[in-house]
Design a protein around this ligand. Structure first.
Ligand SMILES: Nc1ncnc2c1ncn2[C@@H]1O[C@H](COP(=O)(O)OP(=O)(O)OP(=O)(O)O)[C@@H](O)[C@H]1O
Length: 263
């Protein structure tokens, strides 16, 4: 599914957070939104998800405006992995993942065997099936992040939206989640994510948008958009871009902040 954001102004009530944004991301592509704290990344995601109404402009899915869509219509197309999720009850991990199946059930419907099979299969693919029967309130923040990604995938969305998907994860799980996102994109999913890690955008995104002061100051391929100059402009620090030789002869681009402590 193609996601288009056309001349979008978004925010809370009458207060605009972002202005006149136009970006698109197609099937089998991923878009990463970079920008400093409080610039409006989550607010943009909430507007795409229909949680907030556009102040001006439109969000289109496969060319159709989502204005007036019901939560069920959004739920069938888009799944969301939020930054933080505080559970009100001690559901089991499997129950949380099964919640992703709700959009495919009738009102008051109960999960069927097929729903359980889908949920268990995703937990296996994410490498966390050993957590299945644990209480969601008694697992670590990083494990919870993996469970939330599983819940979103159980929804079988066409578009997956992730707000800082690697923020709570250890070094290994960050790489695993990024690899998994890359695989899902290769399989045809449309992904939109936010990140505070330029390397993650370089590794996993087809397109990057840089947000500053409510505007998109640059938008395009990660290699073109993520530069020493643009990162200084975005985050106010000097950075050095380095090409690292990977064992398979590929190059990986790294973005290293210039700190006085290096010697
Ligand atoms: N519910 C709300 N009502 C009014 N203003 C809000 C609300 N939530 C966030 N804001 C404001 O909107 C602006 C953008 O916030 P947002 O959470 O979208 O930023 P962000 O780029 O996702 O930040 P971070 O990187 O820290 O997660 C901030 O100034 C914030 O204070």
């Amino acid at each position: 599914m193609k996601l288009e954001i056309r001349d979008l102004t978004f925010g809370y009530g009458k207060k605009a957070v972002g202005h006149d944004l136009s970006i698109d991301v197609g099937e089998g592509q991923s878009l990463c939104i970079l920008g400093s704290n409080g610039v409006g990344k989550t607010t943009l995601l909430k507007t795409i998800l229909g949680i907030l109404k556009p102040m001006e402009g439109e969000v289109l899915i496969d060319g159709i405006s989502t204005r007036g869509w019901s939560p069920a219509e959004f739920g069938k197309a888009i799944a969301y992995v939020p930054q933080q999720h505080i559970p009100p009850f001690p559901f089991s991990v499997l129950d949380v993942v099964l919640m992703g199946r709700t959009v495919h059930m009738s009102t008051f419907g109960m999960p069927k065997k097929q729903d359980r099979d889908i949920a268990c299969d995703i937990l296996k693919k994410m490498g966390i099936d050993d957590l299945k029967d644990k209480s969601y309130t008694e697992i670590s923040g990083g494990e919870r992040q993996m469970v939330l990604i599983s819940r979103a995938l159980a929804q079988k969305p066409q578009i997956l939206i992730l707000d800082e998907p690697t923020s709570n994860l250890d070094f290994g799980n960050q790489a695993r989640v990024l690899e998994y996102i890359i695989k899902l994109v290769e399989e045809g999913l449309t992904v939109v994510m936010t990140s505070h890690r330029p390397e993650h955008a370089l590794a996993a995104a087809s397109k990057v948008v840089l947000m500053k002061g409510g505007d998109a100051i640059d938008y395009g391929s990660p290699e073109n958009v993520i530069t020493e100059e643009s990162m200084k402009s975005l985050y106010g620090i000097d950075v050095v871009m380095v090409d690292a030789d990977m064992p398979d002869r590929r190059k990986a681009k790294l973005c290293i902040p210039l700190m006085n402590s290096y010697n």
